[in-house]
Design a protein around this ligand. Structure first.
Ligand code: NDP
Length: 448
């Protein structure tokens, strides 16, 4: 069987065995489509069933999460953890609490995570988890009881050398605190490295909170630098207003750009003077309100519940909200407005049709598994500090993050040039570089 027939057969079989999981199929297709040149050069990977094994998680856990709400009613949610691949290290990837979470979403995120983690060059495998729990409008006490129930089941599969979750959508420092507390109570061990994204002061790392947003901006900065440009004076649009988005805004402003719009699931706001970061944090992180509350305090800003944030003209777009939020129409609008670069702070926010439009138009496009790798890389730095019972300064840690993002960017370009002839093809570069590192480790470790 030639290389492309082999890859197509694996994809067909993956779809057949994982029905009704469109996001997982999309994530697998995006990687497999890049691998033709690899299998032509390395036919031995077909003989050891690397692709078949990569597409099948090592372990998939689904469990009941019962908890009691403030009114005394019993609620039941579904928890997930997909331990996808441990060739490079303990399973590593966040937990997402959002009503849309299902097994297919967790598998897409876990699959992406394998290659992203490989790109960082660190000793971390791929995994992901979460629950179909909606934290919006829940009291602190309800969040705590939910987290405790979730961990009561999940703890038996975790460990600093086994599986190390972190945050994702709906899971921040508060939730990580409650999850860690319950893990410690059940196991009677202060195992700092079992969760990352812990608050600074009791095992957390400086820069972890900022890392994904900062990292995405560093990646975009590197992409612009290949064309002799920088952020200075550029208009930027960021989607979302959560953890990744907020710190992307902060770093863009630090580099001289101006973020003129951001969003949440209720709509988007435009502030031509540049987003006021302190106000945004106050509204979203402290008051936990809808983004429209920002405009009440800034009369010059406007809020729209119709259309998308990508209707706002910009030079750079940083999608930092959720999967498939930027579609063909959005991509056409962005290209029409002259967008120069798009870097995915979120996981798979651009649909395949949108990515194709950017590539055809010569827009620099940084895929999530490279552009947002700064978050998990800094989680790995947190694990290093925990293992050494050490704590680094903010500056020390940010220097490491910046170096890692430069290296991820360089790997993408070098690999894309080697396997496709076009260094600007970051999709090819990220997929192939990530795949090769995992495939080499899997081959060396035998058929397991
Ligand atoms: P948060 O929960 O902190 O923020 C998510 C943001 O996205 C919120 O503003 C939310 O709005 C918005 N959002 C969520 N769903 C939708 C939707 N369907 N339509 C429009 N907006 C939506 O999550 P994070 O910032 O941590 O994560 C954002 C993305 O980044 C995710 O794709 C995540 O997988 C990815 N990522 C995160 C990392 C991290 O370190 N946190 C690491 C790497 C990737 P609302 O408040 O209205 O729900």
């Amino acid at each position: 069987m030639n290389a492309s027939a082999h890859i197509e057969a694996v994809f067909a079989e993956t779809r057949r065995r994982n029905p009704a999981e469109p996001e997982f199929h999309q994530a697998v297709a995006e990687v497999l489509e890049s691998l033709g040149p690899v299998f032509e050069r390395h036919p031995e990977y077909a003989d050891t069933g690397i692709l078949e094994r990569l597409c099948e998680p090592e372990r998939q856990l689904i469990f009941r999460v019962p908890w009691v709400d403030d009114g005394g009613a019993v609620r039941v949610n579904r928890g997930f953890r997909v331990e996808f691949n441990s060739a490079l290290g303990p399973y590593k990837g966040g937990l997402r609490f959002h009503p849309s979470v299902n097994l297919g979403i967790v598998k897409f995120l876990g699959f992406e995570q394998i290659f992203k983690n490989a790109l960082t060059g660190m000793a971390i495998g791929g995994g992901k988890g979460g629950a179909d729990f909606d934290p919006k409008g829940r009291s602190d006490g309800e969040i705590m009881r939910f987290c405790q129930s979730f961990m009561t089941e999940l703890h038996r599969y975790l460990g600093e050398h086994t599986d190390v979750p972190a945050g994702d959508i709906g899971v921040g420092g508060r939730e990580i605190g409650y999850l860690f507390g319950q893990y410690k109570r059940i196991t009677n061990r202060y195992e700092s490295g079992v969760l990352t994204g812990k608050p600074v002061g009791w095992g957390g790392s400086h820069v972890r909170t900022e890392a994904t947003g900062y990292g995405a901006v560093y990646f975009a900065h590197e992409m612009l630098a290949t064309r002799g440009e920088g952020f200075d004076g550029l208009r930027v649009v960021v989607s979302g207003s959560g953890n990744v988005a907020v710190y992307a805004v902060e770093k863009v402003h630090a580099l001289g750009g101006r973020v003129v719009a951001c969003s949440d699931s209720s709509g988007y706001l435009v502030d031509e003077d540049g987003i006021d970061l302190e106000l945004l944090k106050e509204v979203k992180e402290v008051r936990r309100e809808r983004i429209s509350a920002y405009t009440e305090a800034r009369p010059g800003a406007s809020f729209s519940a119709r259309g998308t944030v990508y209707d706002v003209p910009c030079d750079i777009a940083l999608p930092c909200a959720t999967q498939n939020e930027l579609d063909r129409e959005d991509a056409v609008a962005l290209v029409k407005h002259g967008v120069r670069a798009v870097a995915e702070g979120a996981n798979m926010p651009c649909t395949p049709a949108a990515v194709q439009i950017f590539r055809d138009a010569g827009v620099l496009f940084g895929p999530g598994k490279a552009a947002n790798a700064g978050g998990v890389a800094t989680s790995a730095l947190e694990m290093q500090q925990n293992a050494a019972r050490d704590s680094w300064t903010f500056e020390q840690t940010e220097t490491r993050l910046a170096a890692i993002m430069r290296d991820v960017h360089a790997q993408c370009r070098d690999t894309a040039a080697t396997y496709g002839g076009n260094a600007d093809d970051y999709v090819l570069g990220a997929n192939v570089a990530g795949f090769l590192r995992v495939a080499r480790a899997m081959t060396a470790q035998g058929v397991i």
